[in-house]
Design a protein around this ligand. Structure first.
Ligand code: FAD
Length: 335
């Protein structure tokens, strides 16, 4: 079939049950604005053994076209099989741009593709827009330890590829009546040629249960919490609000709480309805990953703490005094 060679592609990562990871659906959002800016369509790429669920989501979240590659060799992610199939698709259709989630999987797949295609990759983007003057995507990502944001263009090679962290963008509105054009491609990779074998899976109990990226309410603790015991107070407030506990890097590096809780440039990017920062100063590497939260509440003893510059509500005070009062008000249903 004829396909416009200037399409923008979004990779829809799936889990082992074949469901779409949120990040792929989120990327359909900038995918739409960027492809429209270039007069293109947004194409979702789904690779897996059973793809129905992910294809239904990609359709409902507004893909114009969905290209599907199915086979038992794609039952779980392997660099060999996925890079082979994705590369074969790119070679056939020559898309202009590709957006991939900056998950463990995406961080493995995207550089393989960029290398095989001899094109550029901007990893871990936190912002995307269209550079009208040059007609390229402008990829923004933290540089020099997060002290400045670099705006990167890929003018000489195609496709231009970027990975974007989960929760940077909101998913588009869902419309189950929306229909996409479905294209199926038969691309197979021999299972014997997959060089990595899964021998055993050891799950990090915390990583399994902590869903910071999907949390509606996050209560985070930093150095001001003072130690592992201080996190009990943070947990109590999170429990009272039905929220999830987050942490600054200092708290994680000090061993007070596991890294699954870390919010920030080297942790997770979050955009909950409510983010409560307790004893966190507001370093740029922390702010970069939580400043898109709908409402930010900061509790800090230092009135000059930078976190107050972005907070919607600031409480200058000792978190060990403020939080119990907070919880009492919640218990009395005053808050
Ligand atoms: P501090 O900056 O020490 O702030 C503690 C705050 O607690 C102070 O404002 C103080 O006034 C307040 N306080 C003290 N006692 C109390 C009390 N009893 N009640 C209320 N307030 C109190 N940081 C991250 O968070 N996430 C990251 O992913 C991350 N990645 C990084 C990557 C790089 C490359 C680099 C260089 C740094 C990174 N950092 C990250 C570290 C970051 O620069 C800061 O050092 C860190 O965020 C500070 O953590 P904090 O706010 O908990 O501690």
């Amino acid at each position: 079939m004829e396909m416009n060679s200037s399409n923008l592609w979004v990779f829809i990562e799936t889990n082992e049950k074949g469901q779409a990871h949120n990040v792929g659906l989120e990327l359909l959002n900038p995918g739409h604005s960027l492809s429209r800016a270039q007069g293109d369509e947004v194409v979702a790429i789904v690779i897996g053994q059973h793809t129905e669920a992910a294809v239904a989501s990609a359709e409902a979240y507004g893909s114009d076209r969905i290209i599907i590659v199915e086979g038992e060799e794609y039952a779980r992610y392997s660099t060999d099989a996925f890079a082979y199939a994705f590369h074969a698709l790119i070679t056939k259709y020559a898309p202009t741009s590709i957006l991939i989630g900056a998950t463990d999987l995406g961080r493995d797949l995207a550089p393989r593709l960029a290398c095989r295609l001899k094109t550029g990759l901007t990893a871990d983007c936190t912002e995307l827009d269209f550079d009208e003057e040059s007609g390229n995507i402008a990829w923004t990502r933290p540089a020099f330890g997060g002290n400045l944001m670099a705006r990167i263009l890929c003018p000489n090679h195609r496709p231009q590829i970027g990975t974007v962290r989960p929760a940077v963008f909101k998913k588009p509105e869902q419309d189950t009546s929306h229909k996409a054009e479905i294209v199926r491609e038969e691309i197979h990779f021999s299972i014997e040629n997959i060089r990595t074998k899964l021998i055993e899976e050891i799950l990090d109990a915390d990583n399994e249960t902590i869903d910071l990226e999907g949390a509606e309410i996050i209560v985070s603790g930093g150095r001001g919490v003072g130690g592992p015991d201080g996190f009990k107070v943070i947990q109590q407030l999170a429990d009272a609000l039905g929220g999830t506990v987050g942490a600054s890097r200092v708290a994680v590096d000090s061993g007070w709480i596991s890294s699954a809780h870390q919010v920030g440039q080297t942790g997770k990017t979050v955009r909950p309805r409510i983010y409560i920062a307790c004893g966190i100063s507001g370093a740029i590497q922390h702010l970069a990953a939580m400043s898109s939260s709908d409402t930010i509440i900061a509790i800090n003893t230092d009135p000059e703490a930078p976190i107050f510059k972005i907070a919607d509500y600031g409480i200058v005070g000792d978190l060990f005094k403020v939080i119990p009062e907070f919880i009492a008000l919640i218990d009395e249903q005053i808050l």
